[in-house]
Design a binder for this molecule. Structure first.
Ligand code: XIL
Length: 322
């Protein structure tokens, strides 16, 4: 059946004082996660800047803790992310490595991280956000160091290296603004189709699903998942939250709240309808730890719980839909 998940840790509030992460610092947070969810994602700790802070140096302390927690509570883990253009360490982005060196660095990273968690992390976001937001959904061949320096073909190898280290792990693409049949999801469809023809071990397509009540909702959401399903891929809702403009009380108005609940319900329903849609991950469990207010000023109210773990009406809608 479907696993309902949540980001575990890394509320996005990393400053000079370190982490104010609720996973490590907040009483009741872990108990809440274990009680409410059956899968979990590291919000930040498996990203390069955390797990690979210096050249040749890996730091698994925080990432390990989340995986151990998941195992202790019989939860699945979605690993996020093996390659991305964002949250890379300076030594990588500002280093002057040759393409050959970069290839070695990437291979070592993928093999080291995936093998460490073989059997413990069931799904990996192998390539995150590789296409841009422009009308043509151009591949990010400027921003993404791997694609810029090594060409998009390197992704075939990234999937292969990951597969060799854990043949049971499901290997995903993951992106935002692919919440329907559009130029960006078309670009993924074409890329994946080509890779499958070449025998590349790609297994899944993840729609992050960061929605805002300030934008419309694409009614082709389910149709999009279905076409990837028909390619033989798993699909997943990997980072859903539905934000909107909030007032002084940090809440949306009633109309937007009702609209947000409806979108959660529609997306969950879509995932339940699509045969191999296998997980539904909410990006943050409590508004207080959500990335939304920091990233989209004036917006919030995007998760299922507010205040002191109080369930919003949206929570009940999800419960009912399941
Ligand atoms: C966000 C985290 O939630 C923040 O804590 C961090 O500061 C920035 O990244 N798409 C992704 C996620 O794939 O990794 C992003 O997570 C949200 C958008």
């Amino acid at each position: 059946g479907i696993r309902i998940g949540n980001v575990a840790a890394g509320g996005g509030h990393f400053d000079d004082e370190g982490s104010t992460d609720p996973f490590f610092g907040e009483d009741g947070y872990q108990e809440h996660l274990a009680a409410e969810y059956s899968s979990i994602t590291h919000e930040n700790y498996l990203k390069w800047e955390f797990v690979h802070p210096e050249e040749g140096v890996y730091d698994f302390e925080a990432a390990d803790a989340v995986v151990e927690f998941a195992q202790a509570h019989d939860m699945d883990v979605r690993g996020h992310a093996l390659s991305w253009h964002s949250q890379n360490p300076d030594w990588l982005e500002e280093g002057d490595h040759s393409p050959e060196e970069l290839r070695g660095i990437l291979e070592d990273h993928v093999r080291t991280v995936v093998s460490r968690y073989a059997g413990c992390i069931q799904q990996w976001d192998v390539a995150n956000e590789i296409f841009g937001d422009d009308a043509d959904a151009t591949i990010r061949d400027e921003e993404n160091i791997w694609i810029r320096e090594l060409g998009v073909e390197v992704l075939d190898d990234v999937f292969r290296w990951a597969h060799e280290e854990d043949p049971d792990a499901l290997l995903f693409y993951n992106d935002y603004n692919v919440d329907g049949v559009n130029a960006k999801s078309d670009a993924y469809y074409d890329l994946v189709q080509g890779q499958l023809e070449r025998g590349v071990p790609v297994h899944g397509f993840g729609a992050q699903t960061h929605l805002s009540m300030n934008y419309g909702f694409d009614e082709t959401y389910q149709e999009n998942l279905e076409r990837f399903d028909a390619l033989g891929l798993y699909t997943a809702v990997t980072e859903i939250d539905v934000r909107g403009d909030v007032g002084e009380d940090d809440r949306m108005n009633d109309e937007d709240r009702a609209g947000a609940a409806e979108r959660f319900e529609t997306v969950l329903q879509a995932c339940l309808e699509v045969d191999n849609c296998n997980s539904f991950t909410i990006w943050g469990t409590l508004d207080a730890h959500s990335w939304v207010p920091g990233t989209f000023p004036g917006e919030g109210d995007a998760t299922l719980h507010e205040g002191d773990y109080e369930r919003k009406p949206t929570y009940c809608v999800i419960q009912r839909t399941l």
